[in-house]
Design a protein. Sequence first.
Length: 332
Amino acid sequence: MAFQEWNPGKLLEISGSYWKTCALHAGVKLNLFSIVGDNELTAGDVASQLDADVDGIERLLNALTAMELMVKTGDKFKNSDGAGAFLVKNAPGYIGYMIMHHHHLMESWNRLDESVITGKPVRPRMAFSSEEWRENFLMGMYNNAMSVAPKVVPEIDLNGKRHLLDLGGGPGTYAIHFCLYNQKLKATVYDLPTTRPFAEKTIAGFGLSHRIDFQDGDYTKMGIKGKYDVAWLSHILHGENPETCRDIIQKTVAALDPGGMIIVHEFVLNDSMDSPLFPALFSLNMLLGTDGGRSYSESQIGEMLSEAGIKKIRRIPVTTPNDSGIITGIMD
């Protein structure tokens, strides 16, 4: 394994990289990219729409230009191709909601040393009860899933399966894509009642209300109604401690018909727990915001499934952003 050759310059680059993060967050929070849209505007034009200081706006636009998110000609600014594709609100590829979710996490990351010392979170989950936080989180998850689901779903063979449980499915993005890809499949999204309006609107938007329903509940405290022949658990285990994860998997298996399939989608660490990079960092994010949540390794997830009576456990090779992985098994 080749190791990074460190020097003061590289270390300081990492240390100060949050400057770029904050500039990006400010641009999205102020809606600068959407204000510019397809136009070429001066700093004064943008400032007048925001009732903001012209000098401050110009400095931010210049910094975004240096980051190649804006293009400057004379005294006018326009969006770069990438900014136009991903940072303008009406663009199909807009990821601003997830960027704002990251923005809301920054305060807790600034207190990482406290969490490391105490082993306890510093970011209360009640923060997600804020309407703005919840919208950014749900829309961010939706946008992420919309980009990943079309790549992942075709790699999972659900031939002959009839009813999928999308546990903690939020807006039902994966349930939607599984049903679009498997024409004889129906699905149930199980999530908190506060998620129902967003999920039902999203499902209806794809014309799948007759095949996808929504079940209210908290899967960490309640059982799962109904019987299914396949269950999809996408990015829900990392929010819980190992004991709760085992309980969730046990409940899920209890809701499966004999021969049913369980599919776990997570940011998967290697068995030594020290790579890939994103799952390792994400485990710190869970330390900051949950009581025991973390990234799990392939062997840890496999062991939880095995303890619940799952056989034929295997990892399906998929290529996804941030090193997420798919682990499947069959109920004995």
